[in-house]
Design a protein around this ligand. Structure first.
Ligand code: SER
Length: 891
């Protein structure tokens, strides 16, 4: 059964049983406690927790998941992967254990035709009910096993919903491992489907077991996950994940690149599988907007890329790997996951750039390692320090195994204990930081949850109105819910209103600010607006505020008024961002999509994918095109549609944004159509003027444009005009001719400097000629030794060389000294004939340099020295002259 049919069978089975089919959410989750989507239930978490009313009681999805906790097992077992598609059915307070078990049994045995006697079941240690239900359906007691919390109790690994679970496992036969059921051998009895009976709330604690279970959820729910890869391996009789139709084409690409087949066993087999498996994860992560980075999810991506590249190198592939292997993932899976095809160009660019830079890193690491090995050998130690191995791994991404291997070749060991200790210290530091952040976020969340639990959703009126009458429905101070806040306390509070004209920060647009004036005379300044829980447009909106005057109480009414000036600036900048997006894509190509944006009051930042800096011409073209669109005064309008309708109508959706089933589409004229919940001007010309400020790189293949709109462009122009006027005044010309005038000044200055240099050189030569006149004869040649007044070290050397050239009577040695900048300077030059005879200038200055308290050096015919004791110059010159005399006498 091809994977396409496996997916279809699953979706058909559950939709025909009343489940709403929901698309996978992106791998970048919309949940601050989670780095990457790791289960089908992630996007439904608010439903399980009862924070949001589910729009349907039952759902089914095929979710993209990434998990790296088992990364070391990839390629070593048949069942571990860092990316997988999880097919799931969900009940939100609707059906529970009995139906979940019946559905799974029917689909596996009828839909997929698995043999009943190959299915083994595990249940949580005290879950008699689950065991009873499985036995009623026909599973014998001998194939049901009970396991503890680590295996049969499920949570996301962080605070949130949790519950006991029951797993369906498939016996792959004696070739795969030992007898005895899943409790004994997970490789032979491979887990395929996990049914989670969501009923509790877990707290902070270890990821998998021994965490506190805080209490019961309001509703009992179902969350299941059937692993597509594992089921495909069984149905296609493939030994492992890499040989199903999902990954085989990619594995074949790796085989082509190495020019050989994957062997049946051994380390090479592991490498083949790691490259193929990691490649798929890499392609999906980039497609969903993750970029390689030093930390967070970007680091997960980077680590996967580096592992894949390293294993490819071990297989002997020296050229680029990831651009080729990801291309095979795109052509194989793009038809099912269109985001892969849509981002094909970006995936190619990013994998190419990262592979190039990692290849350089590996080379650099190798050089450092070689140096560290020789240092260790020269100290007579037998072990490379753990610090070195750690620095190589941490700073250069150079893995410990490689360090150990290289050390071994040089008959050294590596202090791996020290390495482990350093790694552990670093992990602990990171963990403590993360915990503190999570704890703070959780406290705040608790307060929001407490409030949102009993409040109806607030109405957002800010598309049409900037001022509305509203009532305070909730107050939070110091992270806890309260009922009053007053002026004297002065601290920041959070305010919830029953209806609000304040736009909450979303889609890059900053939150609104303004005031709330109560009917009983209190004045409150609102400094920001955000979503505390949920999202646009119906999420739970909080206003950050300060009481300026009087007392604020829950239940009080008043006038909520948005700062209209600032909001106009935000609208101008937001509409300009859409226009800029359309223009950038039209100018640079479809790949140059928006990757992020920040919309502020008449100021915007726009990040997009592109591989080189824009030329001044491109920037001018872009700025002019945006202004042309603005001045054509296109109408700006917003309409609502289903996500599918909007995309069919060509609306651009953005990376990393979460969209609800019904989306808002913003059109500007006939050239821009984007999914957007932001606030916009009504007509293009209201943007005013658009000015580019800068264009720069913000990482590999990512560029950033900063720009101004409306009033800011005027202020900016005023500043520029002032600068130009100042410049013109200094140059004594009208502003128009300032560039010419400046150019003329710079040319004149360069000429004057050239003339000055020529004159100085002439003076040096004249002086050298004069000095040469004072040469005295000694046995074997001529000597010049003279102190000159204040000459730069460079000129002193020229002077010495020139003096030697001026004397034509035989071998000559010139030694000159001067005091310059409070220091003694010496130069010595000797005739070329002396150099030919094997002499050098440097030794002549050895004793002299010591005399002035310094040192020197030089090669062949010229040497120089400097020291901090100019008072000893005469003595130094005498010593040098003595040494020069000795040299000539012996030549
Ligand atoms: N959330 C559960 C899991 O990931 C079942 O889908 O295993």
């Amino acid at each position: 059964m091809h994977s396409t049919q496996i997916r279809q069978t699953f979706t058909d089975f559950f939709t025909s049983r009343g489940h709403h089919s929901v698309p996978s959410s992106p791998l970048v989750p919309d949940d601050p406690t989670l780095l990457l989507a790791n289960a089908g239930m992630n996007q439904f978490k608010p439903y399980f927790l009862g924070e949001t009313t589910p729009p349907y009681p039952r759902a089914t999805s095929i979710q993209k998941c990434a998990r790296t906790s088992d990364i070391e097992n990839v390629g070593r077992t048949n069942r571990h992967a860092t990316f997988f598609e999880m097919m799931g059915n969900f009940s939100f307070g609707d059906y529970f254990k009995q139906d979940a078990i019946a559905f799974a049994w029917e689909l596996l045995t009828h839909g997929y035709g698995l043999e009943k006697n190959k299915l083994w079941i595990t249940v949580y240690e005290d879950d008699d009910e689950a065991e009873h239900l499985w036995r009623r359906i026909g599973v014998p007691a001998s194939r049901i096993q009970r396991l503890g919390m680590e295996d049969n109790y499920w949570s996301m690994g962080v605070p949130g919903p949790c519950g006991p679970c029951s797993e369906v496992n498939y016996d792959r036969g004696p070739d795969f491992g030992k007898e005895g059921g899943p409790a004994v051998d997970g490789e032979r009895y491979v887990e395929i489907w996990n049914l989670v009976f969501m009923q509790n709330l877990r707290g902070e604690g270890p990821a998998k077991k021994d965490y506190p279970v805080l209490g019961e959820l309001a509703d009992k729910s179902i969350d299941t996950g059937l692993g597509l890869d594992r089921l495909a391996a069984i149905l296609q009789d493939a030994e492992n994940m890499c040989t199903t139709d999902l990954l085989l084409p990619t594995l074949e690409t790796v085989q082509e690149l190495t020019g050989r087949e994957m062997p049946d066993q051994g380390e090479e087999k592991v490498s083949f599988q790691v490259v193929a498996e990691h490649t798929r994860t890499i392609a999906y992560l980039i497609a969903d907007g993750v970029l390689p980075a030093k930390d967070g999810r970007g680091y997960i991506l980077r680590r996967l890329m580096r592992r894949a590249i390293r294993h490819a190198r071990q297989l002997g592939i020296t050229g680029p790997v990831l651009p080729q292997t990801t291309a095979s993932v795109i052509s194989n899976l793009g038809p099912v996951w269109p985001v892969l095809s849509a981002q094909a160009e970006l995936i190619g660019q990013i994998t190419t750039a990262e592979e190039e830079s990692f290849t350089r890193t590996l080379a650099q690491g190798t050089r450092l390692l070689d140096a560290a090995i020789s240092r260790t050998q020269s100290t007579g130690s037998a072990a490379l320090p753990g610090e070195t191995a750690f620095e190589l791994a941490d700073t250069y991404g150079f893995p410990l195994e490689l360090t150990v291997e290289a050390a071994h070749e040089a008959s050294l060991t590596v202090d791996e204990d020290r390495f482990a200790a350093l790694l552990d210290q670093q992990r602990k530091r990171a963990q403590t930081g993360r915990r503190a952040k999570t704890a703070q976020a959780l406290r705040q969340m608790d307060a929001y949850r407490e409030l949102s639990g009993h409040l109806p959703p607030a109405e957002f009126l800010g598309y049409e109105h900037l001022q509305v009458e509203a009532t305070v429905t909730g107050l939070i101070a110091h992270g806890t819910v309260t009922s009053t806040a007053s002026e004297g306390e002065g601290e920041e509070i959070e305010l919830v209103l029953d209806r609000s004209p304040f736009y909450a920060e979303a889609g890059g647009q900053a939150g609104d600010t303004g005031t709330f004036t109560t009917t009983d005379g209190a004045t409150i300044r609102i400094t920001d607006t955000r979503y505390g829980l949920g999202h646009a447009p119906n999420g739970f909106r909080v206003h950050t505020a300060r009481v300026l005057e009087g007392e604020l109480r829950t239940g009080t009414s008043g006038l909520a008024a948005v700062d209209a000036e600032r909001r106009s600036g935000l609208m101008r900048a937001h509409s300009a961002t859409h226009i800029l997006h359309a223009v950038v894509m039209a100018t640079l190509g479809e790949h140059a999509r928006q990757q992020g944006s920040l919309v502020e009051d008449d100021r915007l930042r726009f990040d997009f994918a592109h591989f080189t800096a824009l030329t001044p011409d491109q920037l001018t073209t872009i700025e002019a095109a945006v202004n042309r669109h603005v001045l054509h005064d296109p109408a700006v309008s917003a309409w609502y549609a289903s996500r599918a309708e909007a995309e069919a109508a060509g609306a651009i959706a953005l990376f990393g944004e979460k969209y609800s089933e019904t989306v808002r589409v913003v059109d500007i004229g006939d050239f821009s159509r984007e999914l957007c919940g932001g606030t916009h001007v009504a007509h293009g010309s209201q943007v005013g003027t658009f000015r580019l400020l800068s264009e720069s790189s913000i990482g590999s293949n990512m560029r950033r444009i900063e720009a101004l709109t409306g009033h800011s462009t005027l202020t900016h122009t005023t500043t520029e005009r002032r600068l130009l006027n100042e410049l013109a005044t200094l140059l004594g010309t009208p502003p128009d001719s300032a560039p010419e005038a400046l150019h003329a000044r710079l040319t004149a200055l360069a000429q004057a400097e050239g003339e000055l240099a020529r004159q100085r050189a002439q003076k040096v030569i004249l002086k050298a000629t004069a000095i040469a006149g004072g040469a005295r004869q000694v046995p074997g040649g001529w000597i010049i030794a003279e102190q000159v007044t204040d000459v730069s070290p460079t000129d002193l050397r020229t002077m010495a060389t020139e003096a030697v050239r001026k004397v034509h009577l035989g071998p000559v040695i010139a030694i000159l000294g001067t005091e310059h900048d409070g220091k003694a300077q010496l130069a010595a030059a000797i005739s070329p004939s002396l150099v030919d005879d094997g002499h050098a200038a440097a030794p002549i200055l050895t004793r002299a340099a010591r005399a002035v308290g310094g040192g020197g050096g030089g090669t062949g015919a010229l040497a120089s020295a400097g020291g901090r004791r100019p008072a000893h110059l005469t003595e130094a010159l005498n010593l040098a002259a003595q040494d020069a005399t000795t040299l000539l006498a012996n030549s």
